[in-house]
Design a protein around this ligand. Structure first.
Ligand code: IPM
Ligand code: MG
Length: 368
C-alpha cells in the first residue's frame, strides 16, 4: 500500500506527540511493507512565526493532495494577544473548513490498566466505551461574529446557526456509527432555549425514521454533562454541535483518566484528518512530559478506519496496552506517588514492545 501522509506538528506539545504518532506509522509501514511517505508543514503559531499566517497556502494545498493528515496541536501563550481571526486556532478552523471536514469522531474508551485513575467510582465507570460525534464545520465556531461600540459600551457577539442539510449530514454519520455499535444514539442540544437547537432536534428526529433500528434519544446539554458523570455507561454514540461536542469531549476524556488519552478522526469532502483532542498544553511544552497516547491512537485510527489496516492498528494498540500493563506511566496518568516516565521514554518502551510483539507474531502467529 502506498500512501502520502501530511504531518502538521503545530505548537506546544504538538511536535512531540506528532513524532510519537509518526514513528508508529513508520514502523507499521516498515514491518508490513507499506510505502508511507511523510511531508511536514507548519500550522498555528509555528506557521505565524515562519510564514506570517496560521494556515499558509502551502500547508492547505499539501493537505488537499494528501491521503491522510495528522495534526498535533495549535496555540500557546505567545500568540494569546492576537485577535480571534489571527490566532493559531484560526488556522486549525480554516483547515477544517478548507478541507470540508464536517465530522469529528472522538472515541472515549476506558483502557483497562488505567481503571484506577478515573475520578469516578468503579461502579459508575463500568466499562466506559462511547463515541462523541461532533459537528465540525458549522455552529458558533463559524457563525457571524463581531464587536460593536455603542455609547461607550463595548459588545461582542458570536452566532450559533445550523441549516437542515448541515444537521442531516452529521446526523447521517452518527446514525451509521450507532448502527455499527450498540444501536443507541443520544443527540445533545439545548432545544428548550435555542432555535438552532430546535431545528437540530426536529431534523435529527426526522432522520430517525430512516434508521428505525437505532434507538434515538434527545438530551439537553446541561443534563448530558451531568449524566456523563453520573452514569456514563448509558451512552453509546453521542451526537452534538461543534460547541457542545468540544465541551462534552473534554469532560468525557477526564472520566477515563486524562485528556491526553483521547484520539479523534475528522471526515468530510477530502482527505481525513487525525488529531489528539488535548491541545497544545503550554504548561507541559518543552518538558518531555506529554502523554503520546491520544496521538498514537489517532494514528491507529488512521491505519484502521482510513487505510483499512486493522492488523497494523491492532499490533500497535495491543503493544500499547502491554506497556501500560507493566505500570509505565506518563505524569498525567500516574497514580499519586507512583513513578513516571518522560514522553520519549514511553515511546521507546512502546517501540521495544512493538518489536517484541511483532517477532512473537511472526514466529507463533497473531493473537497467541
Ligand atoms: C479541540 C480544540 C480546538 C477546538 C481548538 C484548539 C480550536 O479544543 O479540537 O477540541 O475547539 O475545536
Ligand atoms: Mg477542545
Amino acid at each position: 500500500m502506498k500512501k502520502s501522509i501530511v504531518l502538521l506538528p503545530g505548537d506546544g506539545i504538538g511536535p512531540e506527540v506528532t513524532r510519537a504518532a509518526a514513528t508508529v506509522l513508520r514502523e507499521a509501514g516498515h514491518e508490513f511493507h507499506h510505502q508511507f511517505e511523510f511531508e511536514e508543514f507548519p500550522i498555528g503559531g509555528a506557521a505565524i512565526d515562519a510564514a506570517g499566517a496560521p494556515l499558509p497556502n502551502a500547508t492547505l494545498d499539501a493537505c488537499r493532495k494528501a491521503d491522510a493528515i495528522f495534526l498535533g496541536a495549535v496555540g500557546g501563550p505567545k500568540w494569546d494577544a492576537l485577535p480571534v481571526g489571527k490566532r493559531p486556532e484560526s488556522g486549525l478552523l480554516a483547515l477544517r473548513q478548507g478541507l470540508g471536514l464536517f465530522v469529528n469522531v472522538r472515541p472515549v474508551k476506558l483502557l483497562e490498566p488505567l481503571r484506577l485513575i478515573s475520578p469516578l467510582k468503579p461502579e459508575r465507570l463500568g466499562d466506559l466505551d462511547l463515541e462523541i460525534v461532533r459537528e465540525l464545520a458549522g455552529g458558533m465556531y463559524f457563525g457571524e461574529r463581531g464587536t460593536t461600540h455603542e455609547k461607550g459600551i463595548e459588545r461582542a457577539f458570536d452566532t450559533e446557526s445550523y441549516s437542515t442539510p448541515e444537521i442531516e449530514r452529521i446526523a447521517a454519520f452518527a446514525f451509521t456509527r450507532a448502527e455499527a455499535r450498540s444501536r443507541r444514539l443520544c443527540s445533545v442540544d439545548k432545544a428548550n432555549v435555542l432555535s438552532s437547537s430546535q431545528l437540530w432536534r426536529r431534523t435529527v428526529t426526522a432522520m430517525g425514521t430512516v434508521y428505525p433500528n437505532v434507538k434515538l434519544e434527545h438530551m439537553y446539554v446541561d443534563n448530558a454533562a451531568m449524566q456523563l458523570t453520573l452514569k456514563p455507561t448509558q451512552f453509546d454514540v453521542m451526537l452534538s454541535t461543534n460547541m457542545f461536542g468540544d465541551i462534552l469531549s473534554d469532560e468525557a476524556a477526564a472520566l477515563v483518566g486524562s485528556i491526553g488519552l483521547i484520539p479523534s478522526a475528522s471526515f468530510g469532502t477530502s482527505a481525513p484528518m487525525f488529531e489528539p483532542i488535548h491541545g497544545s498544553a503550554p504548561s507541559l511544552s518543552g518538558k518531555d512530559m506529554a502523554n503520546p497516547i491520544g496521538a498514537i491512537l489517532s494514528a491507529t485510527m488512521m491505519l484502521r478506519d482510513t487505510f483499512g489496516l486493522s492488523l497494523e492498528a491492532d499490533w500497535a494498540e495491543q503493544s500499547l496496552v502491554r506497556v501500560l500493563n507493566t505500570g509505565v506511566r506518563t505524569a498525567d496518568i500516574a497514580e499519586p506517588g507512583k513513578k513516571t516516565v518522560a514522553c520519549s521514554v514511553f515511546n521507546d518502551m512502546l517501540h521495544d514492545e512493538m518489536q517484541r510483539t511483532f517477532e512473537h507474531a511472526e514466529k507463533y502467529g497473531w493473537g497467541v
